[in-house]
Design a protein around this ligand. Structure first.
Ligand SMILES: [Zn+2]
Length: 182
């Protein structure tokens, strides 16, 4: 079964009524959506869809936590997320979500909320996210800093002219050897 099936709303079935849904954006949801920022999480999403004249209002609220990668130690960490969103949806010829109003093809009448929900959750992630002080993985930090040290050594090696000067006398000796052997 399509993991995102629950996020597809049949707007034609509303017929003037409103529809309330309680969804859970879990690990399977994030795996199916394949967004770049979040791979795992557990977020409760309450959706309310109402018909309003010639369009629909889609409200949802969410609360939970998602797993992101710590900027300092690169180990996974959980951060809390919560927020709400209100979007207007109307029927049209072709699907379009670039504007303020999402256009859903009238022939199909299906609104797929999965990406909308994902985006709103991803917006709640702070730009910089690190473990609380002292809770970073010591092992990873050690590995990362020793990696950094070997990097700077590599940088020092770039002074190749000095090295070739040192190598030159050996070449001279080798040349002498070769000429003597001949
Ligand atoms: Zn960390």
């Amino acid at each position: 079964m399509d993991r995102l099936e629950a996020y597809k709303i049949d707007l034609k079935a509303l017929q003037g009524n409103e529809m309330a849904l309680s969804l859970v954006a879990d690990n399977e949801f994030f795996a199916a959506v394949q967004g770049p920022e979040i791979e795992q999480g557990a977020v409760n999403v309450d959706v309310l869809v109402k018909e309003a004249g010639d369009s629909f209002m889609v409200d949802f609220q969410f609360e939970g936590e998602v797993q992101v990668i710590c900027d300092r130690c690169l180990e996974p960490m959980m951060i809390p997320v919560s927020g709400d969103s209100c979007t207007r949806v109307k029927f049209g010829e072709e699907y379009d979500d670039d504007g303020e109003v999402i256009v859903v093809p009238e022939k199909e009448g299906i609104l797929d909320l999965s990406w909308l929900v994902y985006e709103q959750i991803a917006l709640q992630i702070p730009i910089r996210h690190v473990h609380p002080e002292g809770e970073c993985s010591a092992e990873m930090q050690k590995a990362l800093s020793s990696h950094g040290a070997s990097d700077s050594q590599g940088g020092a090696d770039e002074g190749t002219s000095e090295q070739s000067d040192r190598i030159d006398p050996r070449w001279e000796a080798l040349k002498k050897l070769i000429s003597t052997n001949n």
